[in-house]
Design a protein around this ligand. Sequence first.
Ligand code: HEM
Length: 459
Amino acid sequence: MLGRPPNVPRRKPRRADFDLEDIQGNVLRGYTHPAAAYLFLRIVDVEEARALMRRMLPQVATAAPWITGTPATAMNVAFTFAGLSALGLAPEVMESFPAAFQDGMAARAEQLGDRGPSAPSAWEEGLGTGDAHVLVTVYAIDWEHLREAVVSVIGEDAEQRAVTLVHLQRAEALPGGKDHFGFFDGIAQPALRGAGVEPRPGDGQPDGAGGWRDVATGEILLGYEDEDGTLPAAPMAPFERNGTFVVYRKLAMDTAAFRRYMAAQNYPGGADQLAAKIVGRWPDGTPLALSPDSPDAALSSDSRRINDFGYDDDPGGLKCPLGAHIRRANPRDSIGFFNGRLSNRHRLVRRGRAYGKPLPPGVVEDDGVDRGLVFVCFQADIWRQFETVQALWIDDGDPFGLGRDKDFLVGEPHGTEGKMTIQGHPPHFLKPQPRFVTLRGGEYLFQPSMSGLRYLAQA
Ligand code: HEM
């Protein structure tokens, strides 16, 4: 069990009123730009870096509506603990940040289950070493605009006096919003109270009476009431409001191994149903909880139905297995989760993107291309949200009565021990756990408000 971070005392809540101009835009909305790049920068000269930040500020997208349509490019900026330290913040401000963020992802690898080929010692250059200070995420309508925007950050500093690029990751949307295993991703998101977006049924929290209500703003954004009715623990001013914590994980996906595995199992329902049982949805997004035997195009194309489900009528996992990825990552109202009360405080806003060229349909031998998911999520508390989901629900089966079984889709294999039970009459066992996903590196970051960003650029 991970320790609760020692943190600043909880303060009295005040009413949520959104200042959209003060919030970086990617928290409240998923951008649809097809091209993206994640630039991890190391600050070389603090004054030069501040000057660069001041020049970048007009390009940073806020949450205010885009009145003249989607901009050709949008940028967002976040900092690691080492980055804030390099910018010379006062010790008392640095100490007010929560322990998980101060430690960084690499230091918490063992608790997160990031072992073997996923361990920090095997990560790609520039991640998990303390070298990455700033993450600039650039979104663009095409690669030409992306290149121009990237050059505006790093290219103009030819002598690299301000920053050096320590890690670069490109990402691109796959056709139809699918991931590299062929599944529609990015469906379920927590509807945030006050965000001004009409929530779909299922996007919020189970209300205990068969309906849904919005997630308290403070679960994702600092400075607003959370599900406990108090303000989430936050760093000192000027970082106490409208900021959020970011988890970045580059997850390589072995598509060929995934396809071979599904075909080789002789699962009675066939390879597609086996993959759906492991994920918890059919490739088109149809939830197994609503349609366990086949995908349902009418359902998956209906935005009011695709996410409107729970697990209370499937306590034994006969429709959606107890260990399916989506049931672990958000157990909703599963038995033992008390109408959702125990899952409510572990919600993530996911902003992942696929990277790498897809493996052509039908190919089952690996072609050596690096492909996968840039997993990015936002939350008010890395320990309570991402780390709890990753360490206790994905890397362990205990909360679901599944012993030491891990998430079969994304969990780190552990020798011959791991298995998945697909509940049924009779049940079907998959053993041992294969490797479909490998962590190639990651960072914990803090994404300040726009006023926090201006403070860092000026201070
Ligand atoms: C390469 C790795 C991963 C793949 C291929 C993957 C794939 C998927 C797919 C296909 C869905 C269903 C579509 C949707 O509801 O949006 C999903 C949902 C979800 N995933 Fe993942 N995922 C990955 C890693 C992770 C990780 C590391 C976490 C968290 C630590 C996570 C958390 C979630 C959550 C919270 C949901 C929504 C569940 C719900 O509310 O019903 N995923 N994922």
